[in-house]
Design a protein around this ligand. Sequence first.
Ligand SMILES: [Zn+2]
Length: 195
Amino acid sequence: MEWTRSDTIALANNCCVQCHGIGLHLGRGGRLNPCNCVLRAVFRACLSRFRHCATKEKHMSRVSLEFIPGRERNLTWGRKDEEYMADFILVSRRHLEDGEYRIFKYHFLLGADWKLCCRQLKIDRGNFFHAVYRIQQKLGRVFRELEPYSLFPLDEYFHGPSRLTPRKPVRPAEVIGLPAEVFNRFNRLSWARSA
Ligand SMILES: [Zn+2]
């Protein structure tokens, strides 16, 4: 995906020395890349929603009717909170290396602090925090760029796209309430008369 200022401006850190609050920097070939402060903000927002879903009272989880985009325009029932938690963990598992996933699991999912993680994983403090930043940036980008349905923006994940999809074109026969074959015959006749 192409990152634009409207994707990043609200997420960027005003004090960031790399992007100065814009959230973008120029990469190779003049391409705009999201700043690491934006990627970490995306990750934090997704993690916070995961914790909210995981800790809220179970009777508050609701079944909701969802619209499936596509030609058929079907509706289906789903449990969004549970789907989101499963997606959050599965996507992270798929995109992190084994060592990174262990840190992700202990620190972000199970809530172990840096001292416990360093002792259990036998790494020093510097390497631990480097890995934490790397995980946040890697997953922040994946959560936003995931195709066809990204985890972020969260409101689009939970409530569907906010942009209106183009309406199905209406055929002229439907406008005047005629069956298509009658309309086409009539249309051919009027063309023959005018020729
Ligand atoms: Zn920045």
